[in-house]
Design a protein around this ligand. Structure first.
Ligand SMILES: *Cc1c(COP(=O)(O)O)cnc(C)c1O
Length: 398
């Protein structure tokens, strides 16, 4: 009898009891809106912003409705206008080009390397064409951030980081989200802290922070933003910045604060699972493990590997076989977008130039979620199943 995995790839852990208790308290108070406070009460949303800013070492933080909203707000706040070209990753997920399209700008895709990071040579080649890079640390893979910042500083490109998959991660011990002008995070259920929906925005730039606060729908209540810039920053900005509501509420913030306090522990648990999987996937003919750079502090909430030069039918056969044994793998090479996986050429509202080298990498990328509800034994079992099935399919194809 061959082994079958029984667990769920989409089952999260429960919200910590402290978060549930804090959420109940907010609901009892009725004061769910961030600006609805009694006396000298500090809103949960403000406390979350202060704690998150401190956790990454950023000056300012704004809590918003989603990661996508944080990115669109960042683009607006650094001055992106309709029709502008914005550089971004060819290997990322739909909310990233979507944020660029949301402000009427035009995504220009930069390629992906076999290490699954932004191709910095391609970035150099395209640097003249844009003033802003929306850099997606897709699936937690960080490129050489020092070289990236050198390239972008030399070309006067403003960097916005999409840290939806890197909350808790760093390059050379400097947290992701603090290298560029703005860091954007998601608190959506499948990310590293979970309030269903939600986003966080960090920056050290007072004017960018002030604009973001005004955009998010602060009316003239910006003085209550304790993780915001001083009131004088708003002097003219408050008259010139439209309200595009996208605030976070106190209920979500209450749920998130205990999770943020636990983030270090959770990241260590993800990495135990990630490295157990990685270990189990080494030395399999036909399968390439993605080697992580030593400068990278990873958060292994998902794992990827490459199937180099496989025929589409063989990949599909492998996915079906693994699925039959309870292991859900996603493939970025699929010609048609399925589930959350999609490719730059499936965003047909963008007129993207063909990228044959990236296509060759994308064609082989297999992706798997690593929920914390998996045990280390589960990870070992999953790796055994993949090993077994890759062996079968690869051998019969060879
Ligand atoms: C989830 C995600 C986001 C933000 O998503 P929201 O659902 O808007 O919070 C941004 N980038 C990537 C790569 C993502 O996966």
């Amino acid at each position: 009898m061959s082994e079958v995995f029984q667990g769920s790839f989409t089952q999260q852990e429960p919200i910590p009891e402290a978060g549930i208790a804090a959420a109940v308290e907010v609901m009892r108070s009725g004061r769910l809106h961030r600006y609805n406070t009694a006396g000298d009460e500090v809103a949960q949303t403000v406390l979350l912003e202060q704690e998150f800013a401190a956790s990454v070492g950023a000056k300012y933080c704004l809590a918003v409705a989603s990661g996508g909203y944080a990115m669109a707000t960042a683009l607006r706040a650094v001055g992106v206008k309709a029709g502008d070209r914005v550089l971004t990753n060819a290997f990322t997920l739909a909310p990233v080009p979507g944020a660029i399209a949301a402000v009427g700008a035009v995504p220009v895709f930069v390629g992906v390397t076999r290490d699954l990071v932004l191709d910095l040579d391609d970035l150099v080649a395209k640097a003249d064409g844009a003033d802003v890079l929306l850099l997606s640390h897709m699936r937690g893979h960080l490129c050489d951030m020092e070289r990236l910042m050198e390239i972008c500083n030399a070309a006067r490109i403003t960097v916005i980081e999409d840290c939806a998959h890197t909350m808790g991660a760093a390059w050379k011990d400097k947290p992701s989200g603090t290298w560029g002008k703005v860091g954007c995070y998601s608190c959506q259920t499948y990310k590293h802290i979970n309030s269903g929906e939600g986003g966080l925005f960090v920056t050290d730039d007072a004017e960018v922070a002030a604009r973001a606060i005004m955009y998010s729908g602060s009316y003239m209540l910006f003085e209550t933003h304790k993780a915001g810039p001083p009131p004088e920053t708003f002097e003219t900005i408050r008259y010139h910045t439209p309200n595009i509501s996208g605030r976070m509420d106190n209920l979500r913030a209450a749920i998130l604060r205990p999770q943020l306090a636990d983030l270090g522990t959770q990241c260590a648990r993800w990495n135990e699972r990630y490295f157990a999987l990685e270990e189990g996937l080494r030395d399999i003919a036909g399968l390439t493990v993605i080697e992580r750079a030593k400068e990278e502090t990873i958060v292994g909430s998902s794992i990827q590997f490459l199937l180099d030069g496989w025929e589409d039918v063989a990949v599909q056969d492998l996915l079906a076989r693994c699925k039959a044994r309870g292991v859900e793998l996603k493939w970025f090479g699929n010609a048609d977008p399925v589930g959350f996986t999609s490719r730059y050429d499936s965003w047909r509202y963008v007129d993207a130039a063909p990228m044959p080298e990236s296509d060759a990498v994308l064609a082989g990328i297999i992706d798997m979620r690593v929920p914390l509800t998996f045990s280390l034994e589960d990870c070992a079992l999953i790796a055994r199943i993949i090993r077994d099935e890759v062996g079968r399919v690869y051998q019969s194809a060879a």
